[in-house]
Design a protein around this ligand. Structure first.
Ligand code: SF4
Length: 354
């Protein structure tokens, strides 16, 4: 554990955590909402610093990031806790437990050791994922700084609920954000995510975009919750207006999980969302969690030829050359990567590390 950043003493031995918009006031001996930041004798400690529950080598396509160094092997790590309580969380067994409840099964990995392992395994990128990384702030910041010094790309898979001062401190050290915009109403966030705040997430997406970070947006589409035409229309228009028409938007199928019992998302719903987003001007919309669907491929928005063909998490063809379509020369502005086949992903399957 390590003394936390972004907190201040409050009255009667309590502390005020300023890391995320919940701004928990935490009495002595207790943790905040996320379960991993604890008041010990009037100081706030990050209990999960250096504590890892999950570590694996994933294809970057599994994050999913489709416009960021396709085929890159990504050292992916996570710990416990989350500052949301999504009823449909897929990783609830690690994200909805506190560090105190869950100290069994955790490995300790110092920042330098993580960087050494990332290099030793030939990974081009390091991703904080599986649970919400922003509440792992101290470890994330320290390891991201070391990664940048070693030329390793850094990826944050996040729900985006963090206050702006800590996000600004992180931003220069993170190359790519895969950011959830889970729904497009405050009511959705209030009812489904444990009273998280949509506006905070949108402001953080804007901050990351304006800072020049690579950004891909994901929305897990859930029947009866965020699958209406109004939802697809409102969110896709917001992305076009505030980010750009080139920002990738991933629409993924939901499957019943945790506390939510709605049936799985029909493929036709995702296709309707894609159609509405394309009509509103978005150029790169992907359909995910539907094996074999052609909506996981990248198509040139100008000449409609196939740019990147994906099977599962693997890339089998990439026709983006020097950032342009090799058929018509159209610039793929939101794409970062080297030319194929230098980055061909020969092992599209996740690989356990520890
Ligand atoms: S990071 Fe955790 S303790 Fe801090 S305000 Fe957010 S939920 Fe509360």
């Amino acid at each position: 554990m390590k003394e936390a950043m972004y907190y201040e003493p409050s009255e009667h031995g309590m502390v005020l955590c300023n890391l995320c918009p919940r701004n928990c006031v935490i009495p002595e001996g207790l943790t905040g909402f996320c379960g991993v930041r604890k008041n010990i004798s009037g100081k706030l400690y990050a209990l999960t610093y250096e504590m890892v529950t999950s570590i694996a080598i994933d294809p970057i396509e599994k994050k999913p990031l489709y416009h960021f160094y396709p085929g890159t092997r990504t050292m992916s790590i996570g710990t416990f806790g989350c500052n949301m309580r999504c009823k449909h969380c897929q990783n609830w067994d690690i994200s909805h437990q506190t560090a105190t409840e869950s100290s069994n099964g955790m490995s300790r990995l110092q920042p330098k050791e993580l960087i050494r392992l990332t290099k030793e395994k030939g990974c081009g990128a390091l991703a904080w994922t599986y649970n919400e990384p922003s509440i792992w702030f101290e470890y994330l910041l320290e390891t991201a700084k070391l990664a940048k010094k070693e030329g390793i790309l850094t990826v944050m898979v996040t729900s985006g609920m963090i206050n702006q001062p800590p996000l600004k401190e992180l931003i220069g050290h993170i190359d790519a954000y895969r950011l959830d915009i889970k729904g497009f109403t405050e009511k959705f966030y209030k009812d489904l995510t444990g009273k998280a705040i949509l506006n905070n997430v949108l402001e953080n997406a804007l901050l990351a975009y304006r800072a020049g970070s690579h950004l891909e947006i994901i929305t897990n589409v859930i029947p009866n919750w965020n699958d209406s035409d109004e939802h697809f229309d409102g969110l896709s228009k917001w992305i076009v207006k505030n980010l750009s028409k080139e920002t990738p938007w991933h629409l993924t199928a939901y499957y019943p999980n945790n506390k939510l019992t709605e049936p799985p998302t029909p493929t036709s719903t995702l296709e309707r969302g894609m159609e509405i987003g394309l009509e509103n001007g978005l150029e790169y919309i992907y359909i995910g969690n539907i094996p074999g669907h052609t909506g996981q491929n990248t198509v040139c928005p100008k000449c409609k030829s196939m740019l990147v063909n994906r099977i599962g998490f693997g890339v089998t063809e990439n026709h983006i050359v020097k950032g342009r379509c090799d058929s018509c020369g159209h610039e793929i502005k939101s794409y970062k990567g080297k030319d194929f086949p230098s980055e061909i992903n020969t092992n599209p399957h996740p690989e356990r590390v520890m």
